[in-house]
Structure formats: structure tokens, C-alpha cells
Ligand binder design. Structure first.
Ligand code: GDP
Ligand code: IMO
Ligand code: MG
Length: 430
């Protein structure tokens, strides 16, 4: 297959960054197509840790092009911070390695302020967003009042759009939320200058991708978040503001769906979630604490402790129905090492019946009771395993059971955070 799409199969933080970095070796271009800097994708290479919020996880491979597509909401400050950090570490020495779509919507400071103010007002009922202005920026895009990257480069166009936006946003911030308003000239000057600084990366990325593919390039698409956070198919309203399922790759990159190749779902060997909303297999006990501590389950973007629970086969089966995965990448299986028994959620009990499929309606999902299957654990250190057969028989049984329950073949097993702590069973580009 020419192109590969990597997607989260749970509630985000499945280890997509690591998988994308690994697959990037076999690709020519890596593309982000939705979400924004709510994402936090972590790569560990030779003991050095990199966290990317916006720039695709292929950027550490100097010869691979990286694209931020039109479907992404771009915070230019975060973009420049990431660029700066990369350059300091000796990466991104050639600016032509990175392209940002001229059509991507910009996250403005009032989006962040609105996100924060709204969450504060919601109190206990808050969504638990990353406070990065993601929702408000996508709202403006859909309301057709958003400021796009190309607008930033035209001060007169930008000025008019900014003035119109500030009239409404300042009213809301001041009068409704009791928050501080923004000064036109300050925002204008700052963002015109940011526009100047990101200009070197701005391009018609849809055309760029088309032309690269015309020359035979292989493209790797890097999803952010996960299926359960999809704006339509996730646990609404406890979701993010973009589609995180497979169709988004085409609209978010400006390509035909015919360009899709293999679709790889990434899932942790257990489950985590940050923020509010239902989570049937959540563990509020010692096992949950064990997973959080051993798995270092603290958000890469906000540092918040992640909620932890057993692997939920109903969730991953649902993600598979939406995306039709060609393979699953199972990450962090080393975290389960040392548990005498491990559990997998195989169904939900609801109103006396057992459901084997998921409805994302939260009134139902928050009342279901997980039905578990117990498997034997293992205690051997598996971080050195290079082949599937290097794994203890209990680990192999656990993975095979995941395959049976989800109906998807496990094509990659990650046994540690490092790039080389990986069992690549099948290369999706072949
Ligand atoms: P993403 O948002 O899907 O890219 O995932 P995050 O980077 O937010 O969270 C995954 C975390 O797990 C990161 O800290 C990774 O370094 C780490 N990680 C990835 N794979 C493994 C693994 O197989 N074992 C362990 N122990 N850590 C891993
Ligand atoms: P990656 O790409 C995990 C969650 C937030 C919150 C909800 C809405 O690293 O997997 P938002 O700021 O998007 O409006 O927040 O979505 N969320 C994520 N959870 N991983 C992510 O990204 C997330 N991006 C957003 O915690 O519950
Ligand atoms: Mg993450």
C-alpha cells in the first residue's frame, strides 16, 4: 500500500507519535490533518524525549517532508516554539521540510480565553478541555468567521476580520464571562508579525501533496486524539471539536478518499482518558494507580493525571467499525508486566442485558457495567523483545485475545517508549 493512516482507537494518547515516528522511516511525507495543539505526541529516541503538539512526528527524519494540513487549527506561537526547539536540537535545518496549509484556521488568543472562561463557568460539568482554544477556533471556522493562515499574511484583510471578531468576542468575554477583553492594536501587531515569521512554511499543501504523490511519494497521515473523542461518533459532548476518524484525512489534507491506503489503529494494552465523560472500564483502585504510576500516565499537553482502566474490547471494536482498521498497533504492553491477572472488558451489562456493541450516547454509556474476562499475567521483563515469539506465552495469549475480540490483526507491539522497543510484525507500507 502506498499511503498509511494512523489513528487513535481509544480516547487519545495511545502512542500514535511513537508509531508515526517508526513508520516515517518507510514514508516520504508525514501529514497532520485535524486537531491542533491539544495533541501531545511523545517520541523517545536514544534517551532523548520530544513532545510534538502541532508538527508531525516525522520531523526527526531530516529527509522526510512534514505537512500541517488545512484541517488543523494552527496556533502560530506554538508552531514557532516547536520550530525553535527543533532547530536548537539540530533538526529542521532546511525550512522546506515543513509546510503549513494556507487554508488552515488560526487559533487566536481570544479562542484560548473563551475556552478557559467557558470551562470555568461550567464548573463541575466541564468537559476538561486542554484549554488550548481548540473548540472556539473550530466554531469560528464553521461559522465562517475564522481567520486563516493566508489572512495573516495580508494585513488589511486580517485587520478587518480581526476587528469584526473582537467586537463579538470582547462582548462575550467582558459582559458574559467577566473576563478581560483584547486590545485590537496589540493583537493585530503581534499576529501580523507572527504571520511574517511563519510565512516561510506557508504553502498550498493540497497541491504540494498531489504533486509529491504524482512523483510516487508515500504519505503517512498522523491522526490526533482518538475515535472516542470524535465530534460525531465519540462520547459527545465530552469530545474534541474535530472528526478523529478516518474520513478526516481526506478533507483535512485536501485529497480524495481514493488516496487512502492502509488504516492502522493505535491502542494501548489498557485504556486511559483525560478529561470528563464516561469510561466504562475505569479503575478507581490499586490496579488503576499501578497503571498510572507504571505507565507514567500524566498528560503530555497539560500534565493532568490520566484516568486508567482495563483494555476495553468494546471500544476498540467500535473504533474498528468506524475506521475499518487493516491492523492494530498495541502499545505499552510492558506496563502490564507484574500484574498477576489482567482483565479485558468484553461487553457491557445494561438494564439486565449484555450489550456487545457500543452506543456513544452518554446517558447509556455512563450506566453500563463492564463484563470482564480474566487472563493470566506475566512477570518477565519484555522490553528487550524484538520478535513476537520472544514474548512470554501469557503476553502472546493476551495479544491474540485482543485480535479475536476486536477482529483486527495486531501488526505492531510496543514494549517500551524508545523507538527500538518495538516488535514490527508487519510493515503497512508493504
Ligand atoms: P499519543 O498522543 O497517542 O502520541 O501518545 P502520548 O505521547 O500522549 O502518550 C503515550 C506515552 O506513552 C508517551 O509518554 C510515550 O513515550 C509512551 N509510550 C509509547 N509507547 C510505549 C510503550 O510501549 N511502553 C511504555 N512504557 N511507554 C510507551
Ligand atoms: P493526542 O493527540 C487525549 C481531550 C481533552 C478533553 C477533550 C476536549 O495526544 O492523543 P479539547 O482541548 O480538544 O477541546 O478537549 O478531548 N483531548 C485529548 N485527550 N489525547 C489528546 O490528544 C487529546 N486532545 C484532546 O482532554 O477531554
Ligand atoms: Mg497525547
Amino acid at each position: 500500500m502506498k499511503n498509511v493512516i494512523v489513528l487513535g482507537a481509544q480516547w487519545g494518547d495511545e502512542g500514535k507519535g511513537k508509531v508515526v515516528d517508526l513508520y516515517a522511516e518507510f514514508a516520504d511525507v508525514v501529514v497532520r490533518f485535524q486537531g491542533g495543539n491539544n495533541a501531545g505526541h511523545t517520541l523517545v529516541i536514544g534517551g532523548e524525549k520530544h513532545i510534538f503538539h502541532l508538527i508531525p512526528s516525522g520531523i526527526l527524519h531530516p529527509q522526510k517532508k512534514c505537512v500541517i494540513g488545512n484541517g488543523v487549527v494552527v496556533n502560530p506561537k506554538v508552531l514557532l516554539e516547536e520550530v525553535g526547539r527543533l532547530k536548537e536540537r539540530g533538526y529542521l535545518q532546511d525550512d522546506s521540510q515543513l509546510k503549513v496549509s494556507h487554508l488552515a484556521n488560526v487559533i487566536m488568543p481570544y479562542h484560548v480565553a473563551l475556552d478557559v472562561a467557558r470551562e470555568k463557568k461550567l464548573g463541575d460539568g466541564k468537559i476538561g478541555t486542554t484549554a488550548r482554544g481548540i473548540g472556539p477556533a473550530y466554531e469560528d471556522k464553521v461559522a465562517r468567521v475564522g481567520i486563516r493562515v493566508c489572512d495573516l499574511l495580508k494585513p488589511d484583510v486580517f485587520g478587518e476580520k480581526l476587528r469584526n471578531n473582537l467586537e463579538v468576542k470582547n462582548f462575550l468575554l467582558e459582559k458574559y464571562y467577566g473576563a478581560k477583553p483584547f486590545e485590537f492594536s496589540e493583537v493585530f501587531d503581534e499576529y501580523v508579525s507572527l504571520g511574517e515569521r511563519i510565512k516561510v512554511y506557508v504553502d498550498d499543501t493540497s497541491r504540494f501533496l498531489e504533486s509529491e504523490m504524482g512523483r510516487g511519494a508515500k504519505v503517512l497521515f498522523e491522526g490526533a486524539q482518538g475515535a472516542m473523542l470524535d465530534i460525531d461518533h465519540g462520547t459527545y459532548p465530552f469530545v474534541t471539536s474535530s472528526n478523529t476518524t478516518v474520513g478526516a484525512f481526506a478533507t483535512g489534507a485536501g485529497l480524495s478518499v481514493k488516496r487512502a491506503g492502509s488504516v492502522i489503529g493505535v491502542a494501548k494494552a489498557y485504556t486511559t482518558r483525560v478529561g470528563g465523560g464516561p469510561f466504562p472500564s475505569e479503575l478507581n483502585d490499586a490496579d488503576g494507580d499501578y497503571l498510572r504510576e507504571k505507565g507514567q500516565e500524566f498528560g503530555s499537553t497539560t500534565g493532568r493525571p490520566r484516568r486508567c482502566g482495563w483494555f476495553d474490547a468494546v471500544v476498540v471494536r467500535y473504533a474498528h467499525r468506524l475506521n475499518e482498521f487493516d491492523g492494530l498497533a498495541i502499545t505499552k504492553i510492558d506496563v502490564l508486566t507484574g500484574l498477576p491477572r489482567v482483565k479485558i472488558c468484553v461487553g457491557y451489562r445494561y438494564e439486565g442485558k449484555v450489550l456487545d456493541s457500543l452506543t456513544p450516547e452518554i446517558d447509556v454509556l455512563s450506566q453500563v457495567e463492564p463484563v470482564y474476562e480474566e487472563l493470566e499475567g506475566w512477570s518477565e521483563d519484555i522490553r528487550e523483545a524484538k520478535e513476537f515469539d520472544d514474548l512470554p506465552k501469557e503476553t502472546k495469549r493476551y495479544i491474540r485475545r485482543i485480535e479475536e475480540l476486536t477482529g483486527v490483526e495486531v501488526v505492531l507491539v510496543s514494549v517500551g517508549p524508545e523507538r527500538n522497543e518495538t516488535i514490527l510484525r508487519k510493515n503497512p507500507f508493504r
